[in-house]
Ligand binder design. Structure first.
Ligand SMILES: [Zn+2]
Length: 108
């Protein structure tokens, strides 16, 4: 099993973003637009070059996470209000995004 650090205890969609409480106690809020702009799917990151095609600045300011589903025991699939739903966000990546701070894009 993964380290507690990489396991969410609680996930909820709130007004400002995705609220995740991790099993090691970290309480994080990932803003909607920040998540959308850090999507790791093949549409958002070119599969060949690994160059990010969609960045935070490219998505609508009012984009929202509308829904999520658990993918196995390792990731969340997020459905955004712009109908983008191909992004799978592994827990580790969500945690790295939370640790990194908010508003900057991580490398793919
Ligand atoms: Zn994507």
């Amino acid at each position: 099993m993964a380290e507690p650090k990489y396991e969410p205890e609680k996930v909820e969609i709130v007004a400002d973003g995705l609220h995740i409480v991790w099993k090691d106690g970290l309480d994080s809020l990932l803003p909607h637009r920040y998540l959308r702009g850090n999507c790791g799917c093949a549409e958002c990151i070119d599969e060949m070059s690994r160059v990010r095609q969609v960045k935070v600045d490219d998505v609508a300011a009012d984009v929202r996470v509308e829904d999520y589903l658990e993918v196995g025991r390792y990731a969340l699939g997020l459905l955004f209000s712009d109908l983008h739903q191909t992004g799978i966000y592994p827990f580790k990546r969500l945690r790295d995004l939370a640790d990194q701070g908010q508003g900057t894009a991580l490398d793919p």
